[in-house]
Design a protein around this ligand. Structure first.
Ligand code: PLP
Length: 382
């Protein structure tokens, strides 16, 4: 086994920041109270949650009462979309989204179709960008929600969400932004983004797994998706994950404090990866060349299966990702790449490398010196 994992899959998840763990530890040990209890231990837990909510609201530029903690990014997306759809179904049954969304959005929209809702999936261009004008054209008198992601999880393309939000605002249609991949990287001020709802997930920005955030602008009538106690102002029942919530707020704050220092270094690493790997014959960058997440380098390679690349990299201790998904024994190419008009054959050979704050020049050197050979070997075996 190689000594150290070269971790290039930060879009999948990130390691917990040691400073975040320190902030969480008291709430996993001595401060174990239930935030609903009225005695001192319970009040400490509630104070910790209140303070975390204020920190998150500060970064989002919203009121603390507009922030709900959930169990993951998927739950935040579900609560936003189902919560809005069911609350506003008397007004209309039409949703608008894009075909490159995460399954937390796509499968939720498909689920709602069973209850009589209809979804328009807007086309995207070859870079995976939604045209804001298309959003305007798709709105009908039945439209009750528009949901477009901030940045794509596979190819890193950044969507023109502020512009889309401006159109939604002008037409008085609530706008949800899945910002799970943008958290810790892109500005999250909900006023500037013209967002009415926005989802985040802590484990994408060096926070703990199992905590999501949903911003919902005051006045959005969300129908809760979990019934039970009145936690989170009745929007999300269940005893709060106090340590996780404290860790989430700490991680979000630290991510933006660290960003000016970390970002230029990661961009330099990413640009070296791109320049080096695009010299491989039959390679192509996926996603927008400039309007993309600073840590995302994603490609397709002719004549290879993404899964084979991953297995070969794993043997060298390198963790990466492909957009293809293994379903019932066969490998399906990524829905994102297909929506971006990448031919099926080529979409099978996708590779996503996503950098993080602990990656080094040596990590990039290792990829650049091994990946061309791996691809050549796979091609010869076909
Ligand atoms: N939305 C996007 C864009 C994502 O990338 C992810 C996770 O990869 C999710 C939603 C779901 O987040 P979670 O893993 O916290 O459920």
């Amino acid at each position: 086994m190689p000594e150290r994992t070269i971790y290039l899959d930060h879009a999948a998840t990130t390691a917990l920041d040691a400073r975040v763990l320190d902030a969480m530890l008291p709430y996993l040990t001595t401060e174990y109270g239930n935030a609903s209890s009225i005695y001192t231990l319970g009040r400490h837990a509630m104070q910790a949650i209140d303070s975390a909510r204020e920190q998150v609201a500060d970064i989002l530029g919203c009121r603390p009462t507009e922030v709900t903690f959930t169990g993951c990014g998927s739950e935040s997306d579900n609560l936003a979309i189902k919560g809005m759809a069911f609350a506003y179904q008397k007004k209309g049954n039409h949703l608008i989204t894009s075909p490159i969304e995460h399954h937390a959005v796509l499968h939720t929209s498909q689920y709602l179709e069973r209850f009589g809702f209809k979804t328009t999936y807007l086309p995207v261009d070859n870079y995976g960008r939604v045209d804001p004008d298309e959003v305007g054209r798709a709105i009908t008198d039945q439209t009750i929600l528009i949901s477009i992601m901030y940045a794509n999880n596979e190819v890193g393309t950044i969507e023109p969400v502020a512009e889309i939000g401006r159109i939604c605002r002008a037409r008085k249609i609530p706008f949800h932004v899945d910002a799970v991949q943008a958290g810790g990287s892109l500005p999250l001020n909900v006023v500037e983004l013209n967002a009415d709802l926005l989802s985040l997930s802590a484990h994408k920005f060096y926070g703990p797994k199992g905590v999501g955030i949903l911003y919902a602008r005051q006045g959005m009538r969300l129908l809760p998706q979990l019934q039970g106690g009145s936690q989170e102002r009745g929007k999300r029942a269940g005893t709060e994950n106090v340590a996780g919530i404290v860790g989430t707020a700490t991680a979000l704050r630290l991510a933006y404090e660290d960003l000016p220092k970390v970002m230029p270094r990661i961009i330099a690493l990413r640009d070296r990866l791109m320049a080096g790997l695009l010299t491989i014959p039959g390679s192509q960058l996926t996603g927008h060349p400039t309007e993309r997440l600073h840590n995302n380098a994603s490609f397709v390679f002719e004549g290879v299966e993404g899964e084979s690349i991953l297995l070969n990299l794993d043997l060298l201790g390198i963790a990466a990702s492909t957009g293809s998904a293994c379903t019932s024994g066969s490998v399906d190419p990524s829905h994102v790449l297909l929506a971006m008009h990448i031919p099926v054959e080529l979409a099978h050979g996708s590779l996503r490398l996503t950098l993080g704050k602990d990656n080094t020049d040596e990590d990039v050197d290792t990829i650049l010196s091994t990946l061309p050979g791996i691809i050549e070997k796979i091609r010869q075996l076909r």
